[in-house]
Every structure is written in C-alpha cells, then in structure tokens.
Ligand binder design. Structure first.
Ligand code: GLN
Length: 192
C-alpha cells in the first residue's frame, strides 16, 4: 500500500481520511515538514485556500512542499486544494501564494459565492457519472497543453474542466470526499 498524506492544517481533512480508509489506505495527517518524509503522495483538502496558504507559510510546510513536489511528489487537490496547486489564481488575495505545480488558471469562487453552491452529476473519463458537490468552487479558466482534462461541466456558463491531471498532479474543483464513493481516491492511489 502506498503511503498517502493528507495536509491537515485546515479544511475537510477527516473526510479525505475516511475516503482513504474505505479503500484500505491509512491517511497520514501532515502538519509539519518532517512528516513528508517517505510519503508516496499527498492530498490537499477543500477548505479555504487563503487560510491554508497562510498556515503553510508559518508551519514551514510551504518550502518543504515546494521542494518535494518539484522532485515529483504526487498531489491530489480538491477545491481549495486545486487552488493551492494552480499556476495562477484569479480573484485571490493580493499575492496569494500557490505551488504553481498544475498548469491551470483558476478563479476563486468562480461559480459564485457560498449561496451559489450546487450539486451536479459529472461525467468522468474512464469512470462514468459521479455526484459533484461544488462549494464556492474554483473555476478552471485556462489550462496548458500538458493538462489532461478528465471531466468538464457546463453549469450554464459554458464547459469548464472540473477534473484535470498533469502527470502526478491532480486537481478537482468539486468534493468527491463529501460523497460516499472513493472513486477519485482509488484513481489517485492506484497511480502511485
Ligand atoms: N473558495 C474557497 C477558497 O478560495 C474554496 C472552497 C472549498 O474548498 N470548498 O479556498
């Protein structure tokens, strides 16, 4: 079994750990740089990207992650986690930090604010239709040629990617961890 960490500074950490547990993987809670040692992959949860970015800096994890990810550590980011991975963040805080590991431009709250949160079925390449829970979700506005689009959704605003992968880096604008199906955790874990 691969060793999978869940960034545990803020956000829906427990839900990701439960998804991993359901497929027989122990999610290791990552709060400090030394806990990255020996991991095969890490999950960035949903939550609030500006808060997570702040805590990443103060915990020392930001530098450690920049180094590990540059050296190939696989990452799956959902919602705020996708924002943290993106090359560029629109409508973020001034100078909002991101890892720039995934060649996408995302717009924070791109589908609207909390009140505009919604659920919609999403058709995922190679998986089928899964439930999509979108909560203040980032919208992927642009993506590079090395980014594979695994699912798109048209929420009345034209089709936008909602699940992408660039090699070992995966970004999902919705929250599979809030449903009771571990399909994404299965996909990510079996790629490690
Ligand atoms: N809008 C949030 C952010 O900017 C993300 C919301 C979420 O993860 N559900 O981080």
């Amino acid at each position: 079994m691969p060793r999978v960490g869940v960034l545990a500074l803020q956000g829906d950490v427990r839900e990701h750990v439960a998804m991993l547990h359901a497929i027989g993987v122990t999610g290791e809670l990552i709060k400090r740089p030394e806990q990255l040692e020996g991991l095969d992959g890490i999950i960035f949860p949903g939550g609030e990207s500006t808060t997570m970015a702040h805590l990443l800096a103060t915990s020392g994890l930001q530098l450690a992650l920049e180094e590990r990810v540059a050296n190939g550590l696989p990452v799956l980011g959902t919602c705020a986690g996708l924002i943290l991975l993106s090359h560029k963040v629109l409508d973020g805080r001034d100078q909002q930090w991101s890892l720039r590991a995934l060649d996408v431009i995302v717009r924070r709250n791109g589908y609207g604010r909390q009140i505009a949160s919604f659920e919609s079925p999403v058709d995922v390449k190679g998986v089928g239709v899964v439930p999509g829970v979108f909560i203040r979700a980032p919208r992927i506005e642009a993506w590079g040629k090395d980014v594979e689009v695994l699912a798109k959704l048209d929420h009345g605003d034209g089709p936008h990617p909602v699940l992408v992968r660039q090699g070992a880096i995966w970004g999902c604008s919705f929250h599979p961890e809030l449903t009771n199906d571990s399909w994404l955790h299965q996909m990510f874990t079996s790629s490690l």
